[in-house]
Design a protein around this ligand. Structure first.
Ligand SMILES: *[C@@H]1O[C@H](CO)[C@@H](O)[C@H](O)[C@H]1NC(C)=O
Ligand SMILES: *[C@@H]1O[C@H](CO)[C@@H](O)[C@H](O)[C@H]1NC(C)=O
Ligand SMILES: *[C@@H]1O[C@H](CO)[C@@H](O)[C@H](O)[C@H]1NC(C)=O
Ligand SMILES: [Cu+2]
Length: 700
């Protein structure tokens, strides 16, 4: 199975390491492992047995692991289970134009349940049907006429499918997409060359054109200046940086056993899902003092990505995307480029998905896993107040990163799960790729007299305003599954009765959320900390054991509650929600998102206002970006990142990285740079002598 593993470095020791320790199909699969190619094939045959090809039209829209019950996983982990949890698959298939939710047992080779879904919404679009829909306009005469009328070459036209959403229609029982087209002819940056005004509506089930509109003939923005390939740039001299590499001649510190990853004090399981992308499960950290692994995160994954555009034009108002539920965030994952997407010391892992026909498809180099050593400091102190003595202790930061890139059409999302020795889990999402732009008649801002819904980025090119909301499902199990959510609010407190020369101070007021409504939080309105604690466990000092969420960029939707996109995306109304654990509540936007009506969202589940105190809870966090395009986003956008951190908060009795040994320099690297300053303290002492105020301020 070694061919399933790719690698950036061709170092001999690394190859040895990979061959000896890394296979993503171990002899004893973990119950949370994603389906293997053989299992996908089995699923296909199980479904085909019940619905023979001869008289059933079957399309596989989702095939993935039917996750065993949490209780089964936990008792299996503790070794108290008599047998391993069942190995089952969950399948969403369209069979004779109805949606089926099927659970199949893999060892028994049989269907356990098969339900026809009768509610609103449709499953994730398959690649095959999008490809077929994108080809439809090319055999449709009115479309070809419109292309010719614009003086464009049909061969240079590329079309893509857009989910149509829901805008209050009472009845609609068709799976339909809008097909919109762009132009190449002299550029590969088709997204900067929209053919505005033409809309083709395609019925996916019948694969036929239902509607065609040609509304306007604004010019296609020109090709010049849109290409982003290195080969098409005239590189100026100053852009050549000197060589940089990150080298681990002894191989990485982590080990990978199937999908289980062990690195330093962390242990976790990494899975891949066609809808969510990476799924981190069973993350535990070794406590040096207690000499045992302690549970932190039962499961963490990206549940939905909501991207509403703000342009009300006929071809634009419905551009509201749910990248996980409509397109499959994992399905859209792309192979990572060694040395570019991931550093030299990265190890790569493949993934598998089922295609439209249920056949397993290999997705190479979907994850990269590497130790990040980026010149940052984990902790330090320089003590220069002790007479005649300088003490300096520095621990550089080395972390473990799991990365996946999902390219959903024009946009590229870089997803990192980063594990720190200090116990933090940092999640980052980086936005890059190509903007979605509207072709327009304008060549200068001064010409624009109407609502433009965006920024003029280049001639005839309007970058449309939009948002990106990333909703994460974080099932924290801090030292066990019975947890509570505590909000520690900081309150300005006036000082009464001249108790002090001071007039005010702030204090932290903690409140434990009792029911779901106590834990719906819009960030930015108040200040304080957000904690998941284990109310049954305390530190040696008596503080409740916990982890806290440190949010990244705070953005809230700016659409009215009754706007259709917002009804479907209502789970973004709060940045934070807590729900009691429920295995079926996974997808914040609902299980069936294409054309959904918002009746199966996190916002709806939360209305039950269930009890969430001292029980197994799930934290839902929405990270948001309001994106007003700027000219620097043209013709390709530089990565814009944000994220959040889950950080221990009275989880350990003291700093867990006190005893961490700094990494040793790599044997094969050249340390001439470091050795230039043989005694860095000579430099420091000189500085201090020159700036005596620095010393005196320390002593005050
Ligand atoms: C499914 O559709 C096929 C082809 O139209 C038809 O022959 C078959 O009877 C249908 N099966 C069911 C169960 O409706
Ligand atoms: C779990 O969630 C689903 C969907 O919200 C709901 O129908 C079901 O009743 C829930 N189960 C429990 C035990 O609360
Ligand atoms: C690097 O040095 C360490 C410690 O001396 C040694 O154990 C290791 O084998 C060396 N690795 C290589 C690739 O030379
Ligand atoms: Cu954006």
């Amino acid at each position: 199975m070694s061919s399933l593993v790719s690698m950036a470095s061709v170092s001999k020791s690394l190859i040895f390491f990979l061959l000896s320790t890394l296979s993503i199909f171990p002899a004893h699969p973990h119950p949370l492992d994603p389906l293997t190619p053989a299992e996908f094939t089995k699923v296909q045959s199980i479904v085909r047995n019940s619905y023979p090809e001869s008289n059933h039209n079957v399309a596989f829209h989702y095939v993935g692991l039917e996750e065993p019950a949490k209780s089964a996983i936990l008792s299996w982990l503790e070794g108290s289970a008599t047998k391993t949890p069942p190995r089952q698959a969950f399948i969403i298939a369209r069979i004779n134009q109805t949606t089926h939710e099927i659970v199949a047992d893999l060892p028994d080779h049989k269907i356990i349940s098969d339900e026809v879904y009768g509610g609103y919404g449709y499953p994730v679009l398959t690649f095959d049907e999008q490809i077929a829909a994108n080809a439809m306009p090319f055999s449709y005469t009115p479309f070809l006429e419109s292309i010719r009328k614009r003086g464009l070459k049909v061969d240079e036209v590329v079309c893509t499918s857009f989910a149509i959403g829901w805008y209050g229609e009472q009845r609609r029982n068709r799976r339909v997409v809008r097909v919109l087209c762009n132009y190449l002819d002299g550029s590969v940056n088709l997204y900067m060359r929209p053919i505005e005004g033409i809309t083709v509506t395609v019925d996916l089930e019948e694969m036929k054109i239902l509607g065609f509109v040609d509304r306007s003939t604004v010019p296609v923005p020109k090709a010049e200046g849109t290409d982003y390939r290195e080969s098409s740039q005239e590189l100026p001299l100053w852009s050549q940086l000197k060589g940089i590499s990150i080298h681990q001649s002894d191989g990485p510190t982590f080990t990978i056993d199937g999908h289980k990853i062990r690195w330093d004090n962390w242990d976790f399981h990494l899975s891949f899902d066609a809808r969510a992308g990476p799924i981190i499960s069973l993350a535990s950290i070794f406590d040096l003092q207690k000499q045992k692994f302690r549970r932190v995160l039962y499961k963490g994954f990206l549940s939905e990505v909501f991207v509403p555009y703000m342009d009300l034009n006929e071809e634009w108002y419905y551009r509201v995307f749910f990248d996980a539920g409509e397109y499959g965030y994992g399905l859209c994952a792309v192979p990572l480029e060694p040395l570019r997407d991931c550093p030299e010391n990265a190890v790569f892992m493949d993934a598998y998905v089922a295609d439209h026909n249920g056949m397993p498809v290999n997705m190479p180099k979907i994850f990269c896993i590497f130790e990040r050593y980026a010149g940052d400091v984990m902790w330090r102190h320089t003590e220069n107040s002790i007479p005649d003595k300088v003490i300096s202790e520095v621990r550089p930061e080395v972390t473990l990163v799991v990365r996946m890139v999902s390219t959903v059409g024009n946009y590229d999302y870089i997803n990192d799960w980063e594990f720190k020795q200090s116990g933090s889990i940092k999640v980052t999402v980086g936005l890059t790729g190509l903007l979605e732009v509207r072709g327009s008649m304008y060549t200068h801002r001064d010409q624009i007299k109407e609502e433009a819904y965006g920024t003029l980025l280049a001639e005839n090119t309007l970058g449309a305003n939009h948002d990106h909301f990333f909703t994460y499902h974080l099932d924290l199990d801090v030292d066990g599954d019975a947890n509570s959510f505590v909000r520690s609010q900081l309150q300005m407190t006036p000082v009464a009765d001249n108790l002090s020369p001071r007039k005010s101070y702030w204090r932290a007021m903690s409140e434990t959320a009792k029911t779901e409504s106590d834990a719906r939080i819009k960030l930015g309105e108040t200040q304080g900390d957000l904690l998941v604690v284990n109310p049954n466990k305390r530190t040696n000092m008596g503080n409740f054991i916990g982890y806290r969420l440190i949010p990244g960029s705070v953005a809230a939707p700016l659409l009215s509650d009754d706007d259709y996109p917002q009804i479907r995306g209502a789970f973004t109304k709060y940045n934070l929600w807590i729900t009691p654990y429920n295995k079926s509540e996974k997808w914040a936007g609902g299980l069936f998102v294409d054309q959904s009506r918002g009746d199966d969202t996190l916002a709806r589940w939360s209305l039950r206002d269930r009890e969430i105190e001292n029980t197994d809870i799930v934290l839902w966090y929405t990270l948001g970006f309001h994106h007003v395009p700027y000219q620097e986003d043209f013709p390709v956008m530089t990565t814009l990142s944000s994220g959040f951190e889950l950080r221990p908060a009275n989880f350990f009795d003291r700093n867990p990285v006190l005893k961490v040994k700094p990494p040793q320099p790599d044997n094969q690297s050249d340390h001439s740079g470091a050795s230039q300053l043989t005694n860095p303290w000579i430099f420091v002492l000189n500085t201090i002598k020159k700036h005596p105020q620095c010393i005196s301020s320390f002593n005050l």
